[in-house]
Design a protein around this ligand. Structure first.
Ligand code: ADP
Ligand code: ADP
Ligand code: ZN
Length: 219
């Protein structure tokens, strides 16, 4: 199963992708995580991306398309993949279609997680993650079972993203509305979009996403 998780920043794509990765045994491909790894490594791509990400702007399509084209060729993608944060512009969606064609692959479903702008801001401003394993948490909505200890790995250090601040969030929302939202229509034309209400609690959204995928798998 090859799927795309679409949705604004903070809508829960990463949270749901990690759960699907466990359940479906297919890999999560997050362009945001890949770019943060480039930044941490101090690579040339990382240096270009860092400035843009801090400002809440998108990284150029050519860089992202190149990264994804190579990533999709790795063996762990063969059973299927969950795209999280890509495509994010119409040119990226078009390039993905061309590259999947060339690889004799196709998308099975595009799940659009729908939340309002206020929920996005609340989710982004409380977001943090485990420094060791990357498990995601939230100050109000997803606390570790034991305070200060990661559920997944027992780690005790946590980090917040540099771009999860009020000023950058406004820019990211603008980028979402102007550049990313139009790809819903792009995939609607291809009959691939399944809309899921993302406003409920995490478990409820997981159930909804899973049910959309199950239906797709049976069709
Ligand atoms: P995205 O990958 O779309 O940017 P995340 O999955 O990182 O979003 O979620 C953003 C923040 O909101 C995280 O701190 C996460 O724990 C929290 N979160 C995710 N889904 C929900 C939900 N349905 N209800 C409340 N909080 C959520
Ligand atoms: P979120 O879901 O909270 O917006 P991501 O981790 O997906 O966060 O992305 C963080 C930042 O990385 C984005 O604001 C953007 O600068 C950059 N980025 C991630 N994916 C893409 C992409 N497909 N195209 C362009 N820029 C991207
Ligand atoms: Zn951890």
């Amino acid at each position: 199963m090859n799927l795309v998780l679409l949705g604004p920043p903070g809508s829960g794509k990463g949270t749901q992708a990690k759960r699907l990765q466990e359940r479906l045994g297919i890999v999560q491909l997050s362009t945001g995580e890949m770019l943060r790894a480039e930044v941490a490594a101090g690579s040339e791509i990382g240096r270009t991306a860092d400035t843009l990400m801090k400002a809440g702007h998108l990284v150029p399509d050519s860089i992202i398309i190149d990264i994804m084209d190579k990533r999709l060729d790795q063996a762990d993608c063969a059973p299927g993949f969950i795209l999280d944060g890509f495509p994010r512009t119409v040119p990226q969606a078009t390039a993905l279609e061309v590259m999947l064609d060339a690889k004799k692959l196709k998308l099975d479903v595009v799940v659009s997680i729908e939340v309002d702008d206020e929920a996005m801001i609340a989710r982004i401003s409380g977001r943090y993650s485990c420094a060791k394993c990357g498990a995601g948490y939230h100050d109000l909505f997803q606390l570790p079972k034991v305070s200060g200890v990661c559920d997944t790995c027992g780690g005790v250090e946590f980090v917040r993203r540099k771009d999860d601040n009020a000023e950058t969030v406004r820019e990211r929302l603008k980028a979402y509305h102007a550049q990313t939202k139009p790809i819903i229509a792009f995939y609607d034309e291809r009959g691939l979009v399944k809309r899921v209400d993302g406003m409920g609690p995490i478990d409820e959204v997981t159930e909804k996403v899973q049910s959309v995928i199950d239906k797709q798998a049976m069709s």
